[in-house]
Design a protein around this ligand. Structure first.
Ligand code: HEM
Ligand SMILES: N[C@@H](CC(=O)c1ccccc1NC=O)C(=O)O
Length: 286
């Protein structure tokens, strides 16, 4: 119960002396985290803090997404399907948060944004290496993207490593092959530095899994998790496009692209096309 003055008494053992103890702020390195919001507009524009924090929180969540997806990929390689699915389940929640978060930035009006946009120079989300890393881990490889990071050796090295490594989908297909499914050998030996392209010969493998789900329950669940991942990723892209349209209309992007038109084309990129193609065939004669 609280006192009549609507304050709460400290419990007797509440710790208040942190001279020699780890505190909340020191554990989380809040000094570093909370000094990293440095508006560039002059005089500082009120809304630039929103813009910075929206991006920084996205980057923090992307860091965790990458951590979980790389781990899920490695677990698949080790035939540890259940823990891999646990990782993916977490990623899905983060994706939902990231998609929901667009509503905060949508409170930035076109007029407000135009007042500080000029200070952003050529910086753009196109240069987010973590976003690109997530695309690579999911299998949408594109060597050209590395050129953006020539001046950032650490980012370049990470992307180069992920470009050369099998994606989470490559590892899933290899897992299925080891489990006895007739995954086309060409897919297992493909050049993993290239984007995965639709392979019609893979669709019958998924058809078998979906039409005999009771016999392949774990694989069936895994397939649906992958579809959820792609679905969520596309929802984020769509919300980005819609936010861009309402904020800068058809203006060209600070990164040098045509802007909304360029982002629209990203909606046609696909990570796991065979998992969508199988839907057309389910329940039709073989
Ligand atoms: C008012 C808000 C925003 C506007 C007007 C905007 C605009 C744009 C535009 C025009 C592009 C195309 C590249 C270019 O020429 O610049 C782009 C790309 C991108 N933006 Fe944003 N953006 C906004 C917010 C965000 C936020 C909050 C994020 C989160 C990190 C983000 C991440 C990205 C990414 C990852 C790309 C590359 C997409 C791709 O390659 O398909 N953007 N943005
Ligand atoms: N490309 C955006 C600028 C922008 O949104 C941005 C600028 C710096 C850092 C991140 C950004 N976010 C997404 O592109 C524009 O053309 O207005």
């Amino acid at each position: 119960m609280v006192d009549g003055d609507n304050t709460r008494e400290f419990d007797p053992d509440i710790v208040t002396d942190f001279r020699e103890r780890m505190s909340y702020g020191s554990y989380l390195d809040l000094g570093t985290l909370l000094s990293a919001q440095r508006p560039v507009s002059r005089p500082p524009h009120h809304d630039e803090l929103l813009f910075i924090i929206q991006h920084q929180t996205t980057e923090l969540w992307l860091k965790l997404v990458l951590h979980e997806l790389e781990s899920a990929r490695d677990l698949l390689r080790a035939d540890d399907l259940s823990p891999a699915l646990k990782r993916i389940a977490r990623v899905k929640h983060i994706q939902r948060t990231l998609t929901e978060q667009w509503s905060v930035l949508a409170t930035l009006t076109p007029t407000e944004y135009a007042e500080f946009r000029g200070f952003l120079g050529n910086s753009s989300g196109f240069q987010s290496y973590q976003y690109r890393a997530v695309e690579f881990v999911l299998g949408n490889k594109n060597r050209r993207m590395l050129s953006v990071f020539e001046s950032d050796p650490a980012a370049h090295a990470l992307l180069a490593e992920l470009l050369e490594a099998p994606s989470i989908y490559d590892e899933f297909l290899r897992y299925l092959a080891r489990a006895g499914f007739a995954v086309p050998p060409a897919l297992l030996e493909r050049d993993v530095t290239q984007a995965h392209v639709f392979a019609p010969e893979l669709v019958p493998v998924f058809r078998e899994i979906y039409e005999h789900a009771a016999d392949h329950w774990r694989e069936y669940e895994a397939c649906e998790e992958f579809v959820d991942l792609e679905d969520n990723f596309q929802l984020w892209r769509f919300r980005h496009l819609k936010t861009v349209q309402r904020t800068i209309g058809m203006k060209t992007g600070t990164g040098g692209s045509t802007g909304a038109g360029f982002l629209q084309k990203a909606l046609e990129l696909t990570f796991f096309p065979e998992l969508y193609a199988v839907r057309t065939e389910i329940g039709t004669p073989a």
